[in-house]
Design a protein around this ligand. Structure first.
Ligand code: RP5
Length: 312
């Protein structure tokens, strides 16, 4: 069977530290391939392989690195296949450096990160993404996780879970609509049976400081991939993201990035929807063009005039 999940590490020293990911996928009989591809040491080889991915049948990429952990991010910049990240533990910062450099992506390019070294959660979320199109795998995952055997339906539908997030929910829904995912709805976080019945292919769960455990609480009761969307009005404590991620299996986007949550959900849907993938491609092209335009303007005007205009 062809590879469905590619697990790439920045160094082979990462391999023993994520052994649980391999064991989880082997137990679930999901074909995967592991690669050593560094964002910094082999950028050309990494980029070339990434640009090939959409033609290979790979459905999810897991990027795993430590320190300046850019592997998942640079991968996502060059593919429309969903990318998850595993931040590797580090001696000096206990992996917080890896976590932040994996998860805090700019708007428009998205990575769903697990917590530091949570390789098993990453493998589970990746398998759950693959399973949205594979009922037999879905049944194996539900059995492994002790979820009821009855298989929920699955269609091009994204659920948004949790109240008190009207503005981010609107931003996410508007973007999903623009990307061709027309079917979306907001649910109470406890309405998991309803989200399953509605056929959700992904759940976006809002996680403000006072409800940080919400995404993991939802993920504990369903095999639908849960994308955490952390929200914070100002500075957060250093344990904000580690607390959000400690109980997985969830994949989180960066803080206050509702559009990146929507993008990740759309990428999951796009695995079986060429139409949504084309919308994603066009969205990415528009974004690149906007940045290029700014660069050309800056080159043309020079820094002083550009800054002056920015301050107006
Ligand atoms: C990162 O630097 C790798 O992903 C690894 O976690 C870390 C150390 O790499 P080595 O020095 O062991 O090759 O790029």
């Amino acid at each position: 069977m062809s590879t469905l999940i590619e697990i790439r590490v920045g160094s082979d020293s990462d391999l023993p530290r994520i052994e649980k990911a391999f064991a989880t996928l082997e137990a679930l009989q999901v074909p995967f391939e592991a690669r050593v591809l560094s964002a910094h040491r082999t950028p050309a080889r990494t980029g070339a392989r990434t640009r090939e991915l959409e033609r290979t049948g790979v459905k999810v990429v897991i990027g795993c690195a430590g320190g300046a952990a850019h592997l998942a991010g640079v991968t996502s910049a060059e593919t429309l296949i969903p990318v998850l990240g595993i931040p590797i533990d580090t001696t000096q910062y206990k992996g917080v450096d890896s976590l932040l450099s994996t998860i805090q992506m700019p708007e428009g390019i998205t990575v769903g990160s697990v917590g530091v070294q949570q390789a098993e959660y990453a493998a589970l979320v990746a398998a759950q993404i693959v399973a949205t199109e594979d009922p037999a795998l879905r049944a194996r995952i539900r059995a492994k996780r002790g979820l009821p055997a009855s298989l929920p339906s699955s269609r091009e539908f994204v659920a948004l879970a949790g109240p008190k997030a009207e503005k981010p929910a609107k931003e996410a829904m508007d973007l999903l609509t623009e990307l061709g995912v027309k079917d979306t709805a907001v649910f109470e976080a406890s309405a998991i049976a309803e989200m399953e019945k509605a056929g959700a292919r992904a759940i976006i769960a809002w996680a403000p400081e006072d409800a940080l455990s919400r995404p993991a609480d939802i993920a504990a009761k369903t095999d639908i991939p849960v994308i955490a969307a952390p929200l914070a009005p100002g500075a957060v404590s250093s344990d904000f993201l580690p607390r959000l991620l400690e109980k997985g299996p969830i994949a989180s986007v960066g803080i206050n990035r509702p559009k990146n949550a929507a993008l990740l959900a759309a990428m999951i849907v796009a695995n079986s929807s060429p139409g949504v993938r084309e919308h994603l491609r066009a969205h990415r092209e528009r974004m690149s063009e906007e940045v290029e335009k700014k660069d050309k303007k800056l080159l043309g005007q020079g820094i002083r005039k550009y800054l002056e205009e920015m301050k107006k």
